[in-house]
Design a protein around this ligand. Structure first.
Ligand code: GLA
Length: 728
């Protein structure tokens, strides 16, 4: 709900449990007045503190008001050079080289539904579920305008933000920094900050610290969101935990270099800026042009991290992912990567598929190595035509053979990359993202292709489309196995090279949009050496992402725990692989590997021909179990029941049906201790007064939530249980 009080120039946004408010002050500045738990309709500007800030500047007309400076006032969008010394949202270099930008209120509009953002991914929704407020700001002298967009998903407790910068002046200007949003907390909170860092094979570790004075920055300069830091973070009260306490989260819908800057100033106020990383960004904006920033999805919960995560799961699943598969059943797949790596023949793959089909697996995915001259990582990328030495029948017939076994067929691509040893490179050495006159930088023996160029994107669209049209391909794994090191394009003049990183991302999105809409029946899964680009931007085009190249069940307990703070189970690629695990050498039971992979889009990544009959029986059971609980796992609510960072005894999570009548509790005993007392796993989200049946015994919902299910110590590390909970 969006309320406007035009006398007071007050804008109030309400969701079920959240209020966000802003007000235009007497001088025309758009001040932030409140964000947090839902309150009644009240003008919250009385909480703004006008503090002595003698040394900070203020606009000319306030001469003598020593208590008035943008340096202390909470704002909706801050600018560089305005007397506010905190981190700015916008830094413009004007035509005359100055950086002044004096943004004042210039009007508003309420839009039914939610407008899209040109060229960028964003949440969507019908006018029944979302309303948008646009507030216009303008610097009357330079003509620079900023439109701030606030979309309110009332039932989902979500507010999204983005900004459009417009050059309404007469000359060319440059954007040095154009953040998506700014939130100023003025009611002096003492926050903790929760962030998600990582590396390849170890993504989304959770880190919680006190927010210190100064700037805390989480970012990526890699041209991709990366696993180094995640474009998602949480601010919370010191006392906040999984099931109680105030917490705010911010999620950027963008897949390129990003920055989150959280600044606690000398007056203890906290500012959040989030958007495109400014270090590798400079955008020329000609008269009449506009620049759209990516979207930020914001949510708040007073019931701790669990509810906050479920708010994100809900919006991402229903209002961000798209296409045929976002709400429909996905096939259980087997991928040959860890089974064969590059070393496979048609015969070998058919044998794996044959075995897998007998176990109930529904799709065979042929990974890297099927195209061009690709026998290892040194060559072939860019040559998207089948390697007939490996697949003598050709792709169409090979796919037909898989289909004849009753299985679907999927294919791996790495569209953004090019090998030096490839026909494509030999024909177009200038299509590589590297500086003219220099060798360029390699990563995994490959260059990044220059996706900032429209002709390159067109070429890729045509060459990939012709492969997709040549056979009954029903799944597309979109990989990207290195990040950008030198962003220079042959097509732009020297003074516009600062645009390349963002133009690359726009090119990437363009190609994704064209391919996903031309091939609506294909299930797309993105990947970047695992979860190196697992972000909300990519999920707009492909409803799932391979969460990590580390498929060890123990490591996955942490990776999937961290990922679950923002992303729903239906987006998280998770497979069962061999033991000892190929990445860490750990030995874990097959059963537990299955339980852990069932907290994601389930599949296998191994050679079924090497399995014993006993193992094959276990796989059959796992496949049946996953099919049985598919709806509960993928459409139910997800609850974290433990924190793997706090105990090494167990990790537990549950899926609960929407009507709260059915749950599946998953429990992994991480370490066995001798003579250890039982663990009581407290459930969440049940109906307090209902009776539930667990392992044949009856419990009230309340007792399961306050006392928990007792689980006795079992023999061995990494052993697991799946426990059904049914309302009587
Ligand atoms: C990346 C992916 C793997 C596999 C290889 C192929 O590392 O994450 O799953 O596809 O590339 O080269």
């Amino acid at each position: 709900m969006i309320l406007t009080d035009l006398d007071k120039k007050l804008f109030t946004l309400h969701t079920k449990n959240i209020t966000y408010q802003m007000k235009v002050d007497e001088y025309g500045f758009l001040l932030h007045t409140y964000y947090g738990e839902r309150i009644d309709d009240e003008d919250m500007s009385k909480f703004i503190q006008y503090l002595w800030r003698g040394f900070s500047g203020h606009p000319y007309e306030m001469n003598g008001r020593f208590d008035w400076s943008l340096d202390t006032l909470p704002q909706e969008y801050s600018t560089y050079g305005s007397g506010d010394y905190r981190s700015p949202s916008l830094h413009v270099i004007n035509t005359d080289g100055s950086s002044d930008c004096d943004l004042r209120y210039n009007g508003y509009e309420i839009i039914d539904g939610k407008p899209g953002i040109k060229g960028l991914p964003a949440t969507y929704g019908s006018s029944d579920e979302v309303q948008t407020l646009k507030v216009e700001l303008l610097d009357k002298i330079s003509g620079i305008g900023v439109d701030l967009y606030y979309s309110v998903f009332e039932e989902k407790d979500i507010i999204t933000r983005s900004a459009v910068i417009k050059n309404g002046g007469k000359g060319r200007v440059w954007l040095e920094r154009a953040m998506s949003m700014c939130v100023d907390y003025n009611i002096v909170p003492d926050f903790d900050i929760v962030t998600f860092y990582g590396r390849q094979l170890g993504e989304k570790f959770v880190e919680r610290t006190s927010l210190r004075h100064g700037k805390t920055v989480m970012d990526s300069l890699r041209g991709s969101s990366s696993s180094q830091q995640t474009p998602f973070f949480i601010l919370c009260d010191k006392s906040t935990g999984e099931t109680q306490g105030n917490c705010y989260a911010f999620c950027l819908v963008y897949s390129g270099s990003f920055m989150t800057e959280v600044e606690k100033d000398q007056g203890d106020q906290v500012r959040v800026n989030m958007g495109i990383q400014p270090e590798s960004f400079r955008w020329e904006l000609n008269a009449g042009d506009e620049f759209c920033t990516p979207e930020v999805i914001m949510s708040f919960s007073r019931e701790g991290f669990g509810q906050l995560s479920r708010n994100y799961h809900n919006i991402i699943h229903h209002n961000l992912t798209r296409g045929k598969y976002h709400l429909s059943r996905r096939p259980i797949l087997i991928n040959n990567w860890e089974a064969t790596y590059f070393n496979f023949t048609e015969e070998k793959l058919l044998k794996i598929a044959e075995d897998a089909s007998k176990l109930g697996i529904e799709m065979m995915v042929m990974d890297d190595g099927w195209f061009g001259k690709r026998d290892d990582a040194t060559s072939g990328l860019g040559d998207w035509f089948v390697n007939t030495k490996k697949l003598p029948s050709g792709l169409t017939k090979f796919c037909q053979k898989i289909n004849d076994m009753g299985m679907k067929f999927g294919l791996w691509f790495e569209p953004e990359m090019i090998s030096e040893d490839s026909d494509l490179f030999r024909a177009h050495p200038d299509w590589v993202l590297r500086t003219a006159g220099r060798d360029g930088m390699l990563g995994r023996c490959q260059f990044v292709i220059d996706m900032s160029r429209g002709d390159v994107v067109d070429y890729l669209y045509n060459s990939i489309s012709s492969v997709l049209s040549s056979a009954n391909i029903e799944y597309f794994k979109w990989d990207a196995n290195r990040q950008i090191a030198n962003a220079w394009t042959a097509l732009l003049p020297a003074e516009r090279q600062g645009e390349v990183m963002h133009r690359y991302v726009l090119g990437l999105y363009d190609l994704l949009e064209r391919l996903t809409s031309s091939f609506p029946n294909i299930l797309f899964e993105t990947c970047s050496g695992g979860g190196n680009r697992f972000d909300a931007g990519m999920l707009y085009y492909a409803p799932q992402t391979w969460a990590s190249d580390n498929s060890d069940a123990f490591a996955r307990l942490f990776i999937q725990y961290g990922t679950s703070f923002m992303f729903p189970v239906s987006t998280m690629g998770a497979h069962v692989s061999v033991s000892p695990n190929e990445q860490v050498g750990r030995i874990t039971p097959l059963k537990t590997r299955g339980v852990v992979a069932m907290a994601g889009t389930f599949g296998y990544e191994l050679d079924t021909n090497l399995m014993t009959d006993e193992e094959k029986e276990i796989v059959k059971e796992q496949v049946e179990t996953y099919k049985k609980y598919y709806d509960l796992i993928n459409y139910g609510d997800y609850y974290r029941l433990s924190d793997p960072y706090k105990t090494d005894r167990y990790v537990a999570w549950m899926f609960l049906s929407e009507d709260k009548s059915k749950a599946l509790v998953n429990y992994v005993q991480v370490r066995a201790y001798s003579n250890a007392p039982a663990i009581y796993v407290r459930l969440q989200g049940l109906k307090e007064n209902s009776t539930y049946v667990v392992n044949g015994a009856e419990y009230s919902g309340k007792s399961l939530m306050t006392c928990g299910i007792p689980v006795s110590s079992m023999m061995g590390d990494m052993v697991s249980l799946q426990i059904e909970v049914n309302e009587k």
